[in-house]
Design a protein around this ligand. Structure first.
Ligand SMILES: [Zn+2]
Length: 72
């Protein structure tokens, strides 16, 4: 199996680890536990930053514009 340079969060190791990609999900190469994109702490920060960016992000405005052009 192949693993990537990317790392994900392993709850069991309490750290970011290399992981194996399988059909069912991603697993820590150290302990075999399922790994996550972010730790809980980082996920909270990530969500918070999304919330804060929501109104002032020019990217968001551009996406909205593009969406309104789409027919459907
Ligand atoms: Zn692990």
């Amino acid at each position: 199996m192949q693993y990537y340079d990317e790392i994900k969060w392993c709850e069991s190791c309490r750290s970011y680890v290399n992981f194996l990609l399988s059909l069912k999900g991603s697993y820590c190469i150290e302990c075999g536990s399922e790994v996550f994109l972010f730790s809980k702490e980082d996920m909270r920060d990530f969500r918070k930053s999304l919330q804060e960016d929501k109104d002032k992000s020019p990217m968001r405005r551009a996406m909205k514009k593009r969406a309104s052009n789409k027919k459907g």
